[in-house]
Design a protein around this ligand. Structure first.
Ligand code: SAM
Length: 233
């Protein structure tokens, strides 16, 4: 590990889930180059009873089991206090590209993955942010944690080709006459030039970089209007 290594500490009852995702492609290379480090911590190791239980029934009644705060916090306190702490929760604040941009400047992040009916609400006092990856409910915080690790890792220097994240979807936009938080990326094409009757737009074959840039801006706007008009408001 170098002093610049970005560390993700992941608190999870299912550490094996991460093996395949983090041992492939760009994340694997980033780990190999010591740009990122993944530290998996299983809260079950901090359980004290003979069954190693980590959850219990909800007070007030209701379905399912809730992860106990004493166990989760013991696991959290086993990690360096300098870390920026995130609790993954369907009812948290929505994670966006802007959040990823902000978090890439932290050097150490903790991601707490809930499971079952979630985590006891008192854990929120011990974290910096409560984060949701979207308006849907998953069975656990493991896949949301992978999404966050992936989206931050690709923004770190040396992970993917410099400049290639600049004009992507959700990047900030400054060159339009009206205020827009961000746009979706323009459509991309590769070979073959003609596929089942669909041709690559002529301008992309013209070699005229100014015209290509103008076309891409227009298409970006068109796509945003079609799929994400909320970004234009
Ligand atoms: C089944 S969910 C609990 C859902 C909770 N009862 C609710 O209605 O909001 C179990 C765990 O999955 C994770 N999770 C589910 N959906 C998520 C989302 N959209 N974003 C982040 N984490 C999520 C959280 O860690 C949560 O504690």
């Amino acid at each position: 590990m170098t002093s610049d290594t970005f560390t993700f500490h992941i608190l999870t009852l299912f550490p094996e889930i991460f093996d395949s995702v983090f041992s492939q492609s760009i994340i694997k290379r980033a780990i190999g180059k010591k740009i990122v480090k993944i530290n998996l911590i299983n809260p079950r190791e901090y359980a004290t009873d003979k069954h190693k239980s980590v959850d219990d029934k909800p007070y007030g009644g209701g379905m399912g089991m809730v992860m106990r705060p004493d166990i989760v916090i013991k696991a959290l306190e086993s990690i360096s206090t300098n870390s920026y702490k995130l609790l993954l929760c369907a009812s948290g604040q929505k994670y966006t590209q802007k959040t990823a941009q902000k978090l890439k400047s932290k050097r150490e992040i903790v991601l707490i993955c809930g499971h079952y009916e979630g985590v006891d609400a008192r854990v929120e006092k011990y974290v910096d942010e409560v984060i949701s990856v979207g308006d849907f409910v998953m069975t656990g915080g493991e896949i949301p944690a992978m999404a966050i690790v992936d989206s931050i890792t690709r923004l770190l220097p040396g992970v993917i080709t410099e400049g290639s994240t600049k004009s992507e979807s959700f990047s900030p936009v400054s060159s339009l006459q009206f205020p827009v938080s961000s746009l979706l990326e323009y459509p991309q094409y590769t070979r073959p030039e003609s596929f089942r009757g669909q041709k690559v737009p002529k301008v992309l074959l013209s070699g005229d970089h100014k015209k290509i840039e103008q076309w891409r801006k227009k298409e970006s706007l068109k796509r945003t209007k079609k799929f994400r008009p909320d970004l234009l408001r």
